[in-house]
Design a protein around this ligand. Structure first.
Ligand code: TIU
Length: 228
């Protein structure tokens, strides 16, 4: 087992049964003109996550860790977008409206794609999700079960929305979640701080929190099966 210096205490994981999940590092959240900005947010707040996540991905690939990317978005006909989500904000800037990066938060549009800096490598699954949590209305749970995954290292945006929802879903399903503080971002500094505190509080009510260099330092190569 590898051990990471984390809050509320050491996080133990076996790289062979651990997956790195990179949540929603899409232009729609990270760049001007996308969904994040139409909600009134300062997208510049999220940029500091890019470089640590790039380094993390390089280390995880070198170690042979399972890596999964997610994207939040909807079908072009919006049939998977409930009215409660659609009817929010200025009608000209809502999900499905035309924006500088195509229709806002719609699958297949330029804004929906993952930013170039963190592009998935060939073979890394990209899970399209209509909700905030990565388990809701996706096959993530089945994929993790099939791969024998028990621990999740979670990064991405935004800390208090899609990262939190996914960690809460995962924790209830029995996964041990480590959230990497420098690789998750919020449009609100106070939510970033509170969101991270909430995960590790109460003895780690949702999981553990560490910095990515500590995780990279602890990461060991996934051992090949003995019959190879
Ligand atoms: N608005 C916001 O903070 N986030 C989202 O809508 N989605 C994700 O967090 N991916």
């Amino acid at each position: 087992m590898a051990i990471v210096d984390a809050l509320p205490g050491p996080y133990s994981f076996d790289p062979a049964t651990t997956a790195l999940i990179v949540i929603d590092m899409q232009r729609d959240f990270m760049e001007p003109g996308g969904f994040g900005e139409t909600l009134g947010n300062d997208v510049a707040q999220l940029r500091r996550t890019i470089e640590p996540t790039r380094a993390l991905l390089a280390a995880a690939r070198a170690a042979g860790l399972t890596i999964i990317h997610t994207r939040e978005g909807h079908r072009p006909d919006l049939s998977d977008c409930p009215p409660a989500k659609l009817n929010r904000g200025d009608p000209s800037l809502r999900i499905g409206a035309p924006g500088p990066m195509g229709r806002i938060l719609i699958r297949g549009e330029p804004g929906h794609d993952i930013i170039d800096e963190l592009a998935p490598a060939p073979g890394e699954p990209v899970i399209d999700k209509p909700g905030k949590g990565a388990f809701y209305a996706t096959d993530l749970g089945e994929r993790l079960t099939a791969g024998g995954i028990r621990s999740l290292v979670v990064t991405g945006v935004t800390t208090e929305v899609c990262v939190h929802t996914t960690v809460r879903e995962a924790n209830d399903r029995g996964y041990e979640c480590l959230v990497l503080a420098d690789c998750v971002g919020s449009y609100f500094p106070e939510f970033q701080a509170a969101g991270l505190k909430m995960i590790a509080a109460q003895g780690g009510i949702f999981g553990w929190v560490a910095e990515s260099p500590a995780f990279i330092a602890a990461l060991q190569p996934v051992k090949e099966p003995t019959w190879n």
